[in-house]
Design a protein around this ligand. Structure first.
Ligand code: ADP
Length: 248
């Protein structure tokens, strides 16, 4: 893959819920290794967009081309995850009774149940992969701690780790800094910048301060359509954006 190639191309996506148009002719492209922030007021269609990419919602029409070859709208959520798209929801969902290490172990193995996962032997390569992710996320010292005892922010990082052990090409993150302390927010901004390049990231975010620290490229959604796109500075100067989004 070349950096200039698209990893994801949404083409004229339409989604309606009982006649209500949540996304209208939405087209959007994300490049390999890019860190893209998607912003927009409540109800703009950000969650629906993530749902369409991850296969949770099927569009009425349009295509979602992954890696220039595969139309994701024909695949299930499980198949979409397997080809390298990891999604993190806003609220962290980790196995509270299991340790940090075991959570990563389960995410890495693809056995049918949690217990089958824990019974299956971990290969040396898999163990190295988990250690690498623990170190990257600064969770090494917490590896034996039950996930239920982690702070909210630590759980958020653990969940990102659960995606990273699967070596995704594209990460979809829904308000990853929500509920984090200032220090954790700053560290997650640094982490995302570090992950970009090796991975492509699409981050839905409300916190403009956070957007400012991470994104080179921003897409503004409004009423299910792309209202503006470009550098954060350019977007912030856009009259329509100022009117509908910033409310000035
Ligand atoms: P955002 O994430 O930007 O706040 P959403 O994608 O959640 O926006 O929602 C876009 C619009 O679609 C909203 O008006 C919302 O009420 C509507 N919507 C989303 N999901 C459903 C659903 N399952 N049924 C009906 N309406 C929905």
């Amino acid at each position: 893959r070349q950096r200039s190639d698209p990893i994801l191309q949404l083409e004229k996506i339409n989604v309606t819920f009982d006649g209500f148009r949540a996304l209208t002719d939405l087209s959007l492209e994300i490049g390999v290794g890019e860190l893209r922030c998607v912003i927009g007021p409540n109800g703009a269609g950000k969650t629906t967009l993530m749902d369409v990419i991850s296969g949770k919602t099927r569009p009425d029409s349009g295509r979602v081309i992954y890696d220039q070859t595969t139309d994701l709208t024909t695949l299930s959520t499980v198949e979409i995850a397997r080809i390298g798209i990891g999604r993190k929801f806003q609220k962290p969902t980790v196995f509270e009774a299991l340790t940090v290490f075991e959570n990563l172990e389960i995410a890495l193995k693809s056995e049918k149940s949690v217990w089958a996962c824990l019974r299956a032997r971990l290969s040396g390569v898999q163990r190295d992969r988990i250690d690498e992710v623990l170190e990257l996320l600064r969770l090494g010292e917490l590896r034996k701690r039950p996930a239920g005892l982690l702070s909210h922010g630590q759980k958020q990082f653990l969940e990102i780790g659960m995606l990273l052990v699967q070596e995704p090409h594209l990460l979809l993150l829904d308000e990853p800094a929500a509920g984090m302390t200032d220090a954790e927010t700053a560290w997650s901004a640094e982490l995302f910048r570090q992950l970009a390049g090796k991975h492509s990231l699409m981050v839905v975010e409300h916190d403009m301060g956070f957007v400012e620290t991470i994104a080179d490229h921003v897409t503004v959604l409004h009423q299910g359509q792309v209202l503006a796109q470009g550098s954060l500075r350019k977007v912030q100067e856009n009259e329509q954006v100022i009117e509908v989004y910033l409310g000035r």
